[in-house]
Design a protein around this ligand. Sequence first.
Ligand code: MOS
Length: 725
Amino acid sequence: MKTLKKSGTGAAIDRVEGHLKVMGIAKYASEFPVQNKVYAQGINSTIAKGEIISVDTSEAEKLPGVLKVITFKNAEKLKTFEKEMTPISTTTIAPVLQSNKVHYYGEYIGLVVAETFEQAQYAARLVKFKYKEDPNPVINFDKSRSEAYKPNEKSDYALGDIKAGLSDADEIVEVTYNTPIEHHHPMELHAVIASWENGKVMAYASQQIVEDATIAISDTFQIPKKDVRVIAAFVGGGFGSKLNVERHVILAVMAAKMIGKPVQMTVTRPQMFTNTGLRQHNEQKMRVGAKKDGTLTALSHETLSHTSSTLEYQESCGMVTKMLYKVPNNLVTHRLIPMNIQAPFAMRAPGEATGSFALECAMDEMAWKLKMDPIDFRIKNDTQIDLSTNKPFSSRLLVECLRIGAEKFGWKERKIQPRTHKNGNWLIGYGVSGASRQSPYLKTNAKVILELDGDEVNATIQMDATDIGTGSYTIIAQTASEYLRIPVEQINVELGDSNFPATPGSGGSWGAASFCNGARAACEKAIKTLKANQNIKQDEEVSVADLLKKNKLKRFEAEGSAEPSEAFRNHSVFSFGANFCEVWVDKDTGMYRIKRMVNVGAAGKILNPKTAYSQIIGGLTMGVGMAMAEQTRVEPNFGNFITRSFADYHVPVNLDMANIDVVFLPEEDKIANKMGIKGIGELGITSVAASIANAIFNATGKRMRDLPITPEKLIEAKVEPGITV
Ligand code: MOS
């Protein structure tokens, strides 16, 4: 007899696809055994701005195995941007090799295609470019401030009167925070295998949103969308860098067309710095005004960052400041400097991860000024209405997250005065921060195929959703199991093929809510139809096996679709959380360890505590990376990134991580959607860096406002006035 696991939503089952990954059966983009495939290697520019005046491909072309060298001189004609500073989105075209102009160091200026990967790599080094270099590329953020512009009307927001709010205040905090350029660096390199057959494109590509990838490819090549198929069955992380189509995808599709063979292109780890997006440097100026009793009177959040010289991306750092606290006077602005650096795009909770660092540190600074507990200060300014939209929150358990977290963490043991909690050479500090992350829910389609096998039904769910390592396969299987009332072992989930029903893909923490409601809708539709066809009452309980038998069917298919309701649109839907951490700082060296972290989240129904826990651990790790280590440096003379590998772009390893305690508050947000699901992926990184910086202040009396917080910076920083060393 088969022992069945509890398998509906809410059960902590193992990943349904886990064994495929362990056994190497799960295929990532570059692993598909496409017949006759050849290999492409991109060539990167070695100037930040200028023009190519000559190209010499002769030496490369002579090499054995080399099939083609492509530059702007012989590239296929593609659609190009219609206007300057096109806003970048998940469907934006990615023209490449369309002119001799160079816009940033590392831009693709050529491609070599060869029979083997090694031949292509070697030949790429032999292609010679001569440039006419522009002597004044914009590569220095500080020296280019005067170039800043306002991207659009929506980039500014004002409520009340900020000046009045500040003059009303008893205390004012006015400080600036900096976060550096960061790179996504998913474990799986960006990769594609592209081919053409009868005018149609087929691409195995590591993408987060296959539907949008088909749009971007078809638009760039000016062919019908139905003639492009994208497959991303397994994706080894994206963190935003695989939301849109990057130029390697277009290069491979172009090369496949020109050569008439499938072309594989893998972006190398050093190229992941210059060719797959980034998070730009953000300078965030914060002003906080409050009354002596802790009532906020003013909040302002002004962000200066950079974009490329051709594409526009604005990370909405100020978004958190618009909605997190009750404040009558609120100002949020964003300005951009166009620079000769590749275009930034969404990375790991864009807006919230960086914005909450500034806001939640500034709130801590104000609490200290007011001599108030930072938790009490936040609770005092809680709001159940999103003042930026005037809509009530669908549910908001921020206060509960803070209170329960404080209990769990042992917040009452915290010494209020910095530098008073010690252990030998260590200065010990506790920090807290509040977290919020928008929880979108987008229209999602799914298909269910039911097959009768004796007395059992096997079901297949198909949708073009992706699993970027988050657990989509598992939670979709659990949803189908719950709504079809069959064990999860009898459910087969097929994802990541643009031929399957369209979904919004993975991004922005909308995956779980969207995918599962889509799968639910398909299952409900199947059962409803099977009942209706036999005049069975909808509320009568009949197993899906019996329904098929009564319908005399061996096989049955149904498609369903789910989308946001009126109630969703009338509410502001966010997930909430709180981060607590304990740091130990060596008072002589500035080296520090994060000893403990407690994360409390209120993110709707938790579909699978095991995969949800993994999501939060991942987020916390990225938060630690932001706080302690991650930063890409720009070489000041040439504009290239001097951080080009994991030897110099540091990410946290297990030894850097603390003892982690994750708590999910029981919540089902039925306003958000029928299943009560909210987003969780990006909540995990949000405000983590602030809790660490706040703990460092509590330990040392030093305010660390520029990330990453390195031991050198920490040693050099001065303690805040009034704190005894
Ligand atoms: Mo996310 S930065 O929307 O993958």
